[in-house]
Design a protein around this ligand. Structure first.
Ligand SMILES: Cc1cc2nc3c(=O)[nH]c(=O)nc-3n(C[C@H](O)[C@H](O)[C@H](O)COP(=O)(O)O)c2cc1C
Length: 200
């Protein structure tokens, strides 16, 4: 099928015979570098959370974001019950928090929060002090699809700190971005790519 979108010709070959296996798809998604966040859910002692890379901005006006949450995770029932969640965007120094909230070491619930400082804002969900950004959200809408739920969060409050490092996940491992050490490399990749964009 041939379709023309703003002067760019796209050749679409849709084959009904080809089934993409989950393994093949997982392999493709491994190479998508993602910022690492921790989602927090619940209130008081009835809290838990999970490490995610699926956070993405939905709209800035109004401020909303999306995250996909596995419906078998321990966070899912608390997210449904309280209707609020926090998004904590991690710095490279918070790798230990990422590991605790991914279930490494077998920690569950409130035990995942031990060793870090947490604050609360309007919704009452725990927000990580010192994260690059902590975003307090009400659940606006949930779309349950396959194994996961796409959760739309309406942003109620934001706490930011000055970023020096960021934590990303790429090709099956955590990768730190350090503003001081990686600035030259980042400048090298951003300058040619900006040029390439202008040439399109
Ligand atoms: C880097 C990384 C990114 C992840 N991203 C997601 C995600 O976007 N959505 C999700 O449901 N699980 C994601 N997970 C898996 C959850 O962190 C993990 O299943 C969960 O914390 C453990 O489940 P439990 O809370 O039921 O013990 C990710 C794990 C890692 C290590």
């Amino acid at each position: 099928m041939n379709s023309v979108v703003r002067n760019i010709t796209v050749d679409r070959e849709v084959s009904s015979d080809r089934e993409v296996s989950s393994q093949e798809f997982r392999g493709a998604m491994r190479v998508l570098a993602g910022g690492v966040s921790v989602i927090t859910v619940g209130r008081g002692k009835d809290i838990t959370g999970m490490t995610v890379t699926s956070v993405s901005s939905l709209s800035v006006d109004p401020p909303t974001l999306i995250v996909s949450v596995n419906r078998e995770s321990s966070s899912w029932p608390l997210l449904q019950c309280y209707g609020v969640f926090g998004v904590n965007i991690l710095s490279a120094e918070q790798l230990d928090v990422a590991e605790r909230f991914s279930g490494k070491g077998g920690l569950k619930g409130a035990d995942r929060f031990v060793g870090a400082q947490w604050v609360t804002r309007a919704t009452g969900v725990p927000l990580l002090a010192g994260s690059l950004a902590a975003i307090d959200c009400d659940v606006e809408e949930v779309i349950e699809r396959h194994s996961h739920a796409i959760v739309i969060g309406r942003v109620r409050d934001v706490i930011t700190s000055v970023p020096h490092t960021a934590l990303t996940y790429w090709d099956g491992q955590y990768v730190a971005i350090d503003q001081n050490e990686d600035n030259l490399k980042l400048a090298e990749v951003s300058v040619p790519s900006m040029r390439a964009l202008r040439e399109i």
